[in-house]
Design a protein around this ligand. Structure first.
Ligand code: GDP
Length: 424
């Protein structure tokens, strides 16, 4: 019924490619958390796209794409992404936004920037898309739902919220010029007409869709290790990227999510701060970064060089457990074809104790990687389409990772394109 495609690492695992590929067999694709702070890169017959807020099913003309109530909706981003798709020849997508989704306000973005500046070297490496201030306000109960745009008391609510925020902004950052009620009201009202046709009771729609047996795809953003409850706190995102949260952020019965595809990278990459045990540096890192992904491992939202590392079996197994994985999709295997030997981090050494269990942040900071080395296959595997045709050493690598994860690898992605995929 419902399949979740979610990240098992720190994000950027290649979920966009998998979702785009699987969207062709789905009636509905749903974003259930996060906002435009991450980017999904998709390469298909229309070209190369980076989606930040639109669900990855927008390239399939019959697929209904939904932005669920758990999403941080950036209105500028939403409309500019639709416009840029249409300008590049993609048919206008079918899209619905939950009337309960909340809106990222212009001040959320500014607060995010100001706070990262204030933190200086201690900053979180935020994409400065306003996500943490947005979710803080949501739980402070001073957020704005899409339906509020059509409420008579919108102006007075903005006035109250902006007033209180101005006190805080003045005392912490010494400015509050970005909290003018009229400007904020004008910003929201300016979108009302364009937003109305997309606004819907997606909860009822999905309730019926589940009853009718529609094929639903849930699209996760970022990865398990960024989960605020179970990840590398405080270097986490502000909404849960776990498949379990999709039941809330999209509104589906938990038991309707019967397939969880956890996307795992064949090596590691990470954007932002926080302990990253198998991290590599110098020329070893820059070579992997430049060969990685589709034209290099640089942030899809920020363009920042991603931190690079070898495959971390401890973190990835933990990520799979958090996701409630039923199967793994292993991506970017093609990238490793240049290596004579491939290091795999199979355990952590924490003050002399060797462990395969992923620790809490206090201990993670002290963890050192324990590596095993696998033989490289030293060739280009991008054109391979069946598992049997992979070089033996590439199969050894896949099977070694599978044994360490303890979850079945059912798909192997060996290139950025939709059909660069091997089913197992
Ligand atoms: P997402 O946020 O999880 O969708 O990941 P990103 O889009 O940020 O990063 C994945 C990058 O790797 C993108 O540039 C993809 O086009 C690319 N990619 C995805 N799968 C593969 C693969 O199997 N091989 C290669 N070489 N690149 C891939």
């Amino acid at each position: 019924m419902a399949t979740a495609v979610v990240g098992g690492n720190w994000g950027d695992e290649g979920k966009g490619k998998l979702t785009d590929m699987m969207a062709g067999d789905s009636d509905i694709v749903i974003r259930f958390q996060g906002g435009s702070n991450a980017g999904h890169t998709i390469v298909n017959r229309y070209g190369k796209f980076v989606l930040h807020i639109l669900p990855s099913g927008v390239f399939h003309k019959d697929t209904v794409n939904i932005i669920g109530p758990g999403v941080a909706l950036n209105l500028d981003g939403f409309f500019s992404e639709i416009d840029s798709l249409v300008a590049r020849g993609v048919p206008k997508p079918r899209l619905m936004i939950s009337e309960r989704a909340q809106i990222v306000m212009p001040y959320h973005v500014i607060f995010d920037k100001l706070e990262e500046e204030r933190l200086g070297p201690q900053s979180f490496g935020s994409t400065k898309s306003g996500i943490a201030p947005f979710y803080s306000d949501k739980y402070l109960k001073i957020g704005f739902q899409v339906s509020d745009l059509f409420d008579d008391d919108l102006y007075s609510r903005i006035k109250d919220v902006a007033g209180v925020k101005a006190l805080y902004a003045e005392s912490v950052y010494g400015r509050s010029d970005f909290l003018d009620t009229d400007t904020l009201y004008g910003y929201l009202k300016g979108f009302a007409d364009r937003l109305l046709p997309y606004t819907a009771d997606t909860t009822s729609y999905l309730y019926n869709a589940v009853k009718e047996g529609k094929r639903i795809l849930l699209e996760g953003q970022l990865g398990a290790l960024r989960d605020p409850d179970n990840g590398i706190y405080p270097f986490v995102t502000s909404s849960s990227p776990l498949a379990g949260y999709a039941a809330v952020g999209a509104v589906l019965p938990p038991h309707a999510i019967d397939r969880v595809v956890t996307v795992i990278k064949s090596y590691s990459s990470c954007v932002g701060a926080g302990a990253f045990v198998s991290e590599i540096f110098g020329s070893e890192a820059s070579e992997l970064r430049d060969r990685g992904g589709d034209g290099g491992e640089y942030g899809a939202t920020t363009g920042r060089p991603r931190r690079m590392g070898w495959f971390d079996a401890v973190a990835s197994r933990y990520g799979c457990i958090l996701q409630g994985t039923t199967e793994v999709a292993l991506t970017v295997l093609d990238v490793l074809g240049y290596l004579d030997k491939i290091p795999v981090c199979t355990a952590y050494d924490i003050d002399g104790e060797i462990t395969e269990q992923f620790p809490v942040t206090r201990l993670l900071k002290r963890a050192k990687p324990v590596y095993e080395y696998l033989e490289g296959w030293k060739c280009d595997i991008r054109s391979v389409r069946s598992y049997a045709d992979l070089p033996e050493r590439a199969k050894d690598y896949v099977e070694f990772i599978e044994s360490k994860l303890g979850f079945p690898i059912k798909m192997i992605s060996n290139g950025p394109k939709r059909d660069d995929i091997i089913f197992r």
